[in-house]
Each structure stands twice: as structure tokens, then as C-alpha cells.
Design a protein around this ligand. Structure first.
Ligand code: 5GP
Length: 301
């Protein structure tokens, strides 16, 4: 039975009060239904309803359906004001959930309809972080700038330039890069040059890798960059040929993993909690951190 069906109120309080770190929170994947309702009400013409933007308790979607859902959510967050509101709400909700250190990650997006640029997108997130601090919320928030695989290397270069600019001007708020987006799209090797440049500039790298099976070559290419953290790494330890080398590499370099249990179950890349790769990495005492990744209301910490 899934943990979410078993939880007692006493346990919920314990998990709420437990001080936590959250290192893998995609901004547009962390919008609560309360905030989503506000966004939907602002854009009635889109005719988007709640069910199109959440995965309800006990429900699942395929990874492909999750990416389709993000496309719908992105239609609702199209202006700097939307991004500011979403950032502040998400931070407040993580703080209310007992998270003391939060790294948000998000893909800078330009929108012709509202005049939002990638730069004003980033500025809105940073304003949200700043304003939350001024409101004395008990949470320390940083930002990883996301490179979406879908954008390809030229967009990656542009985004990395922006990240470098804010890395230098924000004093430890912009820490580095996240690499994510649909793992079936694009080739990791095309991003090597921009990522090496980012490393040289001092940006940290948190890279989604091995989220789908049979990607050993691509995984090794990304691992050779010696990322600071790995997102998911779902199939690193699968029995496919070559995976032993990958596991050894990750162990040897002590690259920590961000493990998002509920997210993996909901997007069906892992069939059940007892088959989750957390068990493997925990059994060899490898540095790993349990993360939410998606939809705080449906998560267990
Ligand atoms: P945003 O960057 O717009 O704030 O957050 C949503 C984006 O995060 C999605 O469009 C997608 O590119 C990325 N994302 C969210 N969850 C996952 C995941 O589980 N795997 C990958 N590869 N990307 C994800």
C-alpha cells in the first residue's frame, strides 16, 4: 500500500515539524492547487481546469503526460507577475511544510504576449526570494537556473550567460544550473561545451540523468562532467550492461543523488516504493537526499 494511504495525523505532524532541506523543486512543478486556482481565474479564456494541472492522490501519469501537463501549466505562468506570485506562494508553502533550506530550480522563459523575457523571468524569481526573506519566513532559498533539453545547445548557451550574470550579482542566491526536460529529446553531448564553460565560471551542476532505461552512453557523458549532484539517476543501478561501471563511477566520485520517490512513482518510471533505487544507494551508504520534485500536496517527505 502506498505511504499516502497509511499516514496517521500524528505522523503527519512529525513529518511537518521535522526540519527539512528540499534540493529538487521545479518551480512550475511545485504550484499548489490553491495557487493554481488563482492563476486559472486570471486566465478564464484558456478554459484550463484544476484536473489538467495536478496528479491527484493515488493517481499516476506517464512521464510523457507529465511533460504535457507542464505545457499546460506554462500557459498559466506567462508574466513576471505570475512568476513572482508563484515563487512567493511556493516558498511560503515549503516554509509551512517545515523546509528550512530550499533550492528552487526553473527554466527562464520569454513570452511575446506579455513581454516577459528570460531576464525578467529570473528577476521575478529573485524578487520572490528577496520578498520572502523580508517577510521573515524561516527558510533559506537559493535558485538553480534550468537548462531545458528541448531548447538545444544554443538556447543553453544563452541561458548560461544569464545564469553567470546573476551568479556574480546575487551573492550566493543563484548557485548553478539544473539540466532537465524531456529525457527522450536531444543529446547530452551537444550540451558539453556550454556546461564546461558554466563550470569554468563557477556554476554548480545538478544534472538529471539516467531517468529512462538504455541511456548508458549519454549517462557516462554527463557523469564525465563530474556534476555536483545527480537528479533521479533511476536506471544507474539497473542490470543493463555497463551499469556496473556507472555505479562504480558515481561511487568513486561520491556524486550525491537527488531521489524523488513520489515523483518517480507518479510518473511511473519506478513501479513501487519497495523497488525504488533509494534502497540500493542506501544499502551502500552512498550520499543521497530524499526530495519532492513535484506537487508538494501529493508528496511525502
Ligand atoms: P519549470 O522549469 O518550468 O519551473 O518547471 C517545469 C519543468 O521542469 C518541466 O517543463 C520540465 O522541463 C522540468 N521537469 C520537471 N520534472 C521533471 C522530471 O521529473 N524530469 C525531467 N527531466 N524534467 C523535469
Amino acid at each position: 500500500m502506498e505511504a499516502e494511504e497509511q499516514q496517521q495525523p500524528q505522523e503527519t505532524n512529525f513529518y511537518l515539524e521535522l526540519p527539512k532541506v528540499e534540493l529538487h523543486a521545479h518551480l512550475n512543478g511545485s504550484i499548489s492547487s490553491k495557487t493554481m486556482k488563482k492563476l486559472i481565474a486570471e486566465k478564464p479564456d484558456l478554459k484550463i481546469h484544476d484536473q489538467m494541472t495536478v496528479i491527484d492522490k493515488g493517481k499516476k501519469r506517464t512521464l510523457e503526460e507529465c511533460f504535457q501537463m507542464f505545457r499546460i501549466i506554462h500557459q498559466l505562468t506567462t508574466s513576471p507577475e505570475d512568476i513572482l506570485m508563484v515563487t512567493k506562494d511556493v516558498i511560503k508553502e515549503f516554509a509551512d511544510d517545515g523546509v528550512k533550506y530550499l533550492e528552487l530550480r526553473s527554466t527562464p522563459r520569454g513570452e511575446n504576449t506579455t513581454g516577459m523575457t528570460k531576464k525578467t523571468y529570473v528577476e521575478s524569481i529573485l524578487a520572490g526570494i528577496r520578498q520572502s526573506k523580508q517577510e521573515n519566513l524561516d527558510i533559506d532559498v537559493r535558485y538553480l537556473v534550468t537548462i531545458d533539453r528541448r531548447g538545444g545547445p544554443s538556447e543553453a548557451k544563452e541561458t548560461i550567460k544569464l545564469a553567470e550574470e546573476f551568479f556574480l550579482s546575487t551573492e550566493d542566491t543563484v548557485l548553478g544550473l539544473d539540466f532537465s526536460g524531456d529525457p527522450t529529446v536531444g543529446q547530452a553531448k551537444d550540451f558539453l561545451e556550454p556546461f564546461l564553460e558554466a563550470k569554468r565560471a563557477g556554476l554548480k551542476l545538478a544534472l538529471h540523468l539516467s531517468e529512462i532505461p538504455n541511456r548508458e552512453k549519454e549517462t557516462q557523458i554527463l557523469l564525465d562532467l563530474l556534476p555536483d549532484r545527480i537528479g533521479h539517476g533511476t536506471f544507474l543501478n539497473s542490470s543493463e550492461e555497463g551499469s556496473l561501471d556507472l555505479v562504480n563511477f558515481v561511487r568513486q566520485h561520491r556524486i550525491p543523488l537527488e531521489l524523488c520517490l513520489t515523483s518517480n512513482i507518479k510518473s511511473q518510471t519506478v513501479p513501487s516504493y519497495d523497488q525504488h533505487h533509494f534502497g540500493f544507494w542506501h544499502s551502500i551508504a552512498h550520499p543521497s537526499v530524499i526530495c519532492a520534485s513535484l506537487f508538494p500536496e501529493t508528496q511525502q517527505y
